[in-house]
Design a protein around this ligand. Structure first.
Ligand code: NI
Length: 203
C-alpha cells in the first residue's frame, strides 16, 4: 500500500492534472506542452482501430472483439493512488445502478504502465471492483499504439525516491455498439450525468 506521503504526492499530481483538464479529456503535461486541437482529441471509431492487447485472463483482445456491444473504456494503472481507484469505484456504482442492463456493456481498464501491470497484476486489481471489468495490458509499443488510437496521453513521472508514477488522461470513453465514439464521462463531471450517458449507448 502507498504511504501517506505517496498519497499526498499523488493527490498533488491529480490536482495538477485537473488544472490542465479541458473538455473531452484534453490533457496538458507539467512541462507545458500545448494540447492538440480539440477535433484531434476524439477517439477513432473502434472499427478504425487496430490495437491488440492482452487481457487479465491472458487472452488477446482487439477492437473488433468489442463491436456489437456498447463499450466503456478508460486508461490507468494499478499503482495509481487516487484517480484510477476512484474511477473504478464510480464505475462499480454505475453498474449497480444500471442493474442487469449493465451486463450488456463491455467495460475495460487499459493500463498505461506496461512495466508493472502484468496480466496477473491486472487480474487481482480489477477483481477488487467488479468482475465485469476487463483489464488490458501490453508491451510499451502496444500500449503506445492503443493510446494513439484513443487519442489519450500518458507519461512516466520519476519520483524523488527513485520510483515512478504515471500521468494519464482521466475520463471514461463511451462507444455505441457499432463502434462509434459516443461521449466521455469526465473525471470531474457531476456524477448525475454519468448513468444517463451510459443509458444512451445501451438504448
Ligand atoms: Ni490513474
Amino acid at each position: 500500500m502507498p504511504t501517506r506521503r505517496q498519497l499526498i504526492l499523488g493527490t498533488g499530481g491529480i490536482l495538477a492534472l485537473a488544472a490542465g483538464t479541458l473538455a473531452l479529456g484534453a490533457w496538458r503535461s507539467r512541462s507545458g506542452v500545448a494540447p492538440a486541437p480539440p477535433s484531434a482529441d476524439l477517439p477513432l471509431p473502434l472499427t478504425a482501430m487496430s490495437w491488440q492487447l492482452t487481457s487479465h485472463l491472458s487472452a488477446r483482445v482487439g477492437p473488433g472483439d468489442w463491436v456489437g456491444r456498447p463499450a466503456l473504456v478508460f486508461f490507468g494503472f494499478t499503482w495509481c493512488p487516487d484517480v484510477c481507484p476512484t474511477t473504478l469505484m464510480n464505475i462499480a456504482g454505475w453498474l449497480e445502478e444500471l442493474g442487469s442492463e449493465a451486463d450488456k456493456l463491455t467495460i475495460a481498464l487499459i493500463s498505461v504502465d506496461s512495466e508493472r501491470d502484468t496480466p496477473e497484476v491486472m487480474s487481482e486489481y480489477v477483481a477488487m471492483f467488479d468482475p465485469r471489468i476487463l483489464g488490458l495490458t501490453g508491451s510499451p509499443e502496444e500500449i503506445a499504439l492503443t493510446a494513439a488510437e484513443f487519442r489519450i496521453r500518458y507519461e512516466k513521472v520519476p519520483r524523488d525516491d527513485g520510483d515512478y508514477t504515471m500521468n494519464h488522461t482521466a475520463g471514461v470513453f463511451l462507444f455505441y455498439p457499432d463502434g462509434r465514439f459516443a461521449s466521455i464521462i469526465d473525471f470531474h463531471e457531476d456524477p448525475q450525468f454519468a448513468v444517463p450517458k451510459i443509458k444512451r449507448i445501451l438504448a
